[in-house]
Write a new protein. Sequence first.
Length: 314
Amino acid sequence: MAIDRLLRCLLASRSRPVQILGQAIAKPLSTTMDRAFRDSGIRWNGRASCLLLSFDCDFPEDVFALPALLELMHDYEVGGSFACIGRWVGDYPDEHQAILEHDQEILNHSFSHPELINAPGRFVSVRDDLTERRWGELTLQEKEHEVVECQGVITEVLGYRPQGFRAPHFGNVDPADLYGILESEQLRYSTSMLAPRGEQFGLPVWKGRVLEIPVTTCPRHPFTSLDTWHAKYARGGWHRDDFFNLLQERLVRAVEFGAVTNIYLDPKDIDLTQFERFISFVAELSDDCWAPTYSQFTEWYGHTYPPQGEPMAS
């Protein structure tokens, strides 16, 4: 019990030295987070585990990569949720309309995506009119503008109203001040928090009438999101050669612990050959792994575990 309490304290820390230490004890930290799922006893729409597969369309290059990605997902009948930037929806409407035409979901990822920068040596976009100011430096009113403006553009241009939100570069930002904004915009869910910082680690938690769905972290670097940036760019690329193998290992572990795996990938950085192997593996796991969009997940969760004070659906 004492060890478990210590691990929980370490996971709750935002100290840089503790996060570096976390790499050395990654396995017990990851197991502590997964054990929370097992202890909950939740069956995910009748299956042992759940995969929430999403994509962050931060740069125009992510948008340009969508056609091939959408075709591949269509071929394997795999669903996904696409976090989109309002200004790019306005500039590239056809590419974003294709997401909806392939029966996928779009979620609000802010209007301008603050802290979007060109980084020579890593990646340089064809656009140089990016927003370098950090999300955490914005006032609450400015954050509200980012959310509301994105909702308005997507609704007007695509005739579609997103049901959820992901904050830009949310890793070190507390999303607590956002929930009132999201609720006022009738957004039903957020996925703007890393699992170690969740009240119940990776388990979804109601924040008023908004469901926060924490993002899964890397099993070998438990304070860092399990995403393509971490794999390809961080420290020169932690998992350049084994990223999709790592994702498959995560899905197997999720079945064992009854866990949710909530990940996001950047379309521009996806190796389609490796990704095809991965979604083929997801299809093979379909009896044990439910793979809904965020909206489908939120709808099911809300009926099964409604916000406090609301009746359980019959």
